[in-house]
Each structure stands twice: as C-alpha cells, then as structure tokens.
Ligand binder design. Structure first.
Ligand code: ASP
Length: 478
C-alpha cells in the first residue's frame, strides 16, 4: 500500500513531538579547569563578568552556550559562573583550559533538518527568477497583467488586515497575559535587538543596483522587481527574438520543480528531526507555562486558516473549499515542518500548478510575491504577542494604540523575510511604536519556534489562496 505524502509527514511530525518530549536537548558542558575536567548539566543561568556581568537565562542559554568558548577567548571577561542543579560555581577565566558542549543526537538531527531546508532554499532563487520572467513574459495582454497585479496586492492587503484584527479581538477577549502564572521579571531578555521599517528605504532598496548581486545575496524583493521588469519588457518585444529566452526560463522552472519532487522524498524524516529539536529545546515546562498564550495564538491561526481562507475561497473563487485544502496539504505540511515560507515556495508552485491547475502565468507572479510580502500568520501573531506582553506589564492599550499596532503589523509582515524566527525580531518595531518594553520578548521567545510553525502554514496557504482566487477572477473577465 502506498502511504500518501502528507500522511508520512504527519507520522514524522507526531513521532518528532514524542521524541522531543521524551529526550530533552540538555546542553552538557565539559570544562577543564587547570588539571580538572568537570561536567556541568541542567544549567539554569550563565554569567560572564568583568566590571559588569552579562547574564543568560532560559532560551538564551541554548544559543549563547555555543559561543561561550569564543567569548572566553576574547579575554573581555574575568569570571564565568553557572547556576545549575540548585547551586552556583564561579571559575576564573584564566584557569579555564577548554570548554566544549557535548554532542548529542540533536546535533545529527540539526544537520539533517538544516540540509533539507537548504535544499529547498537552493531551488527558490532560480525558481522565482525563471517563473516570474516566463510567467509575466508570456502574458501577452498587459491589461490582464495590470488586473492581476491589482487583485494580488488588494487581496494581500485586505487579508493581512483581517488577520491582525482577528488577532486583536482574540487577545483582548481572552486576555492570556492577565494571569498570575508568571510575572514579567521571571524572564530575562538582555540582548539588544533592533529592527525598524522605513517606507522610504524600503522603496529605494526594492530596486537592485545589480541584479546578480541581488541573486547572490538572496534579496527576494530586488529579485522580484528585476524579474517582473524583464517579464514586462518581454511582452512588448519582438516575439521571434525572445522566443528562445522565454522557453529557456520555462525549462529552468520545470527543472527546479523536478528537483523539489526529489528533495521531498526526505521530508518525513527531516520533519521528524526538525520538530523533535524544537520540542526538546522549548521543554515541556516552558510549554505548560505558556499554554494559554499559545492556545490563543494557535486558536487564532487555525480559525484564520480554516475559517477565513474557506470564506475567501468560497466567495471569491470557483474552486471548492475541499478541493483547495486537498490541493495544498503538501505545502502546508512542508511549511509546518520547516517554518520557512521560502523553503515551502517550490512546493507551493507544485501544489498550485499540479493539483489546483493554476497556470504558470499566475503562480509565477502571485507566489514569489506572496512568499515575500504576504504574511497573514506572522501579522496576526505579532498583534497577539504585542498585546499579550502589554497585558503582562499591566499596560492598557487604547484603541489608537491598537490601530498603530495594525499599521505596524502590516508593515512588519511586508518587511519580514520568509525564514524561521523573523516574525519575533520584527515584533521589536511594533513594541517600540506603542512603548511596550522590548524585554517582554524574553517572555515569549522560548515557545516562539513552535508558534512559527503554525504561522508559516497560514502565510503560505494565503499565497495559495490568492493564486486560486486570481486564476478564477482573471479567467472570468477574459
Ligand atoms: N517563519 C515565517 C515564514 O517564513 C516568518 C516568521 O513569522 O517568522 O513565513
């Protein structure tokens, strides 16, 4: 019997959760002090001190521990101390001969998971360039292109605002931050993170000075701008002259899709590796503590995914809701496993073109653009997270401030890159705009990676929904 692909991914996912809950990813340190070798486990916090101390707690320990050796060698600090298993040990940095993090099975899982994501990312730039050029270049009728562009941007904008408003309604209704299960001071977030969105810079930066540099640096917006421009010009060029070039771009996109089909063979295993690491890193204690907050975010995302997208599909397209979800289940599985819209993009092409019969001229434009600017899940998550943090700090947000959150979350969704964890970084600018302490990010960072999986599914499904809607709207007016 042949097991369907999404079912294999689901098995990988469930086994991954069980494995991650059972086998914790504890970082065990081996440290040599003069002639003694010590093993340190169950670390609660790490401090590096000279005149002042730098302290890492909670989720930061996992990130910082890998760089600890470098920090020690930099000679900027005099002592290193650990709180672990209820006690504290302080070492003089001079006496430390070496310090290494012991390898465990999750190091191997990381290799498999990261290779899988990279394989998908490897395809996305050539695929976006080839599909956009061949898609836009073979439209022929420029009025049709203008209509498609207008519909795409309108749908992306309206659906993003709807997602943010739904998020705000839910977080104000359930108030997950008004609870005594935690206080703001029980979490620490000391790293200075800064991010901002400036429309002027955004517009200027969209135009590449050198398209090859944009391609080499993976700058999606610049790549999209250049490819659309080439496509538009091809339409007004002598058909005979550009025929070979157009068929070349078409072949390149075919080849990329074939590569995707092969890469997907390892998806169930890769998803197992990725999910088990995420769960093992977050730890069941953290998940329990943040249960209510996670429930509101995940609940909102699921309502949007199955409720709002169904409404959009039912009323704006000719495809049935069932057909739609059946057609996109593979890309949903990949988005969930990788937390990256960029990695899921090649699979989205395959789902929309093969299963939902969306023509290349539509997928080629709508999908790459959507993966970069349309992030309904991220926008909703940011709105909920911002108000949740405000609730914990006892800050009451006025209607005006919540409107500012809507505007900023739209900008943040446009500005977020389609890769894991970016949503939480962009959250900084939203918090800044309504004066919520950015340290609050320390509260939610521990479970962010889990929520990232859900919001990425909503992000990519929004792009597929746009494809189906635009396909039907355009064919109606032919
Ligand atoms: N991981 C998300 C995506 O790639 C972005 C984010 O919200 O962090 O779509």
């Amino acid at each position: 019997m042949k097991i369907p692909f999404h079912f294999k991914v689901l098995i990988g996912f469930i086994l991954g959760i069980l494995f991650g809950l059972y086998f914790k990813n504890d970082k065990v340190l081996e440290i040599k002090i003069n002639e003694d070798v010590k093993i340190i486990k169950d670390i609660e916090s790490i401090s590096l001190c000279s005149h002042e101390c730098l302290e890492f707690k909670q989720a930061e320990i996992k990130k910082e521990i890998i760089n600890l050796d470098k920090k020690i060698k930099s000679k900027d600090f005099k002592t290193l101390s650990f709180k672990f298993s209820g006690r504290e040990e302080i070492f003089s940095i001079q006496d430390i001969k070496y310090l290494k993090v012991k390898k465990n099975i999750y190091d191997l899982f990381e290799v498999i998971g990261k290779i899988f994501i990279r394989l998908l990312q490897m395809i996305s730039v050539p695929l976006v360039v080839a599909s956009l050029i061949s898609g836009v270049g073979s439209i022929g009728d420029m009025n049709k292109f203008k209509k498609m562009a207008f519909l795409t941007f309108s749908f992306y904008f309206v659906s993003t605002v709807a997602a943010i408003v739904l998020g705000l309604v839910l977080v104000n209704l359930f108030k997950p931050g008004v609870s005594d299960s935690f206080t703001a001071s029980s979490f620490a977030f000391s790293s200075a993170v800064n991010a901002g969105f400036d429309l002027k810079t955004f517009l200027i930066d969209m135009v590449p000075q050198n398209p090859f540099k944009a391609i080499a640096e993976n700058n999606m917006l610049q790549i999209i701008f250049f490819s659309i421009f080439v496509g538009v010009v091809l339409n007004s060029s002598d058909k005979e002259k550009v025929k070979t070039f157009l068929s070349l771009t078409d072949t390149v996109s075919e080849i990329m899709i074939k590569i995707v089909i092969n890469v997907m063979k390892i998806a169930p295993m890769a998803v197992f590796c990725l999910i088990s690491s995420v769960i093992a890193d977050a730890g069941s204690d953290m998940i329990r503590k943040m249960f209510f907050y996670m429930g509101v975010v995940i609940g909102g995302l699921l309502i949007y995914l199955f409720g709002f997208y169904s409404i959009y599909i039912k009323f704006l397209s000719k495809t049935s809701v069932f057909e739609f979800f059946k057609g996109v289940k593979d890309v949903m599985a990949v988005a969930f496993g990788t937390s990256s819209s960029a990695a899921a993009l090649p699979v989205n092409f395959e789902c929309c073109e093969q299963n939902l019969k969306v023509p290349k001229s539509v997928t080629g434009f709508v999908l790459p653009l959507g993966a970069t600017v349309n992030m309904n899940g991220t926008a909703m998550y940011q709105a909920i997270a911002a108000v949740f943090i405000a609730q914990i700090y006892g800050i009451n947000l006025s209607l005006y401030q919540q409107t500012v959150i809507v505007v900023m979350a739209v900008a943040a969704a446009v500005g977020s890159s389609p890769i894991p964890g970016v949503g939480i970084i962009m959250l900084v600018m939203i918090l800044n705009s309504v004066n919520i302490p950015i340290d609050g990010i320390g509260i939610i960072i521990g479970v962010d990676r889990i929520l990232d999986m859900f919001r990425t599914v909503v992000n990519v499904t929004g792009d597929s929904a746009a494809c189906v809607i635009i396909k039907d709207r355009i064919s109606e007016t032919k």
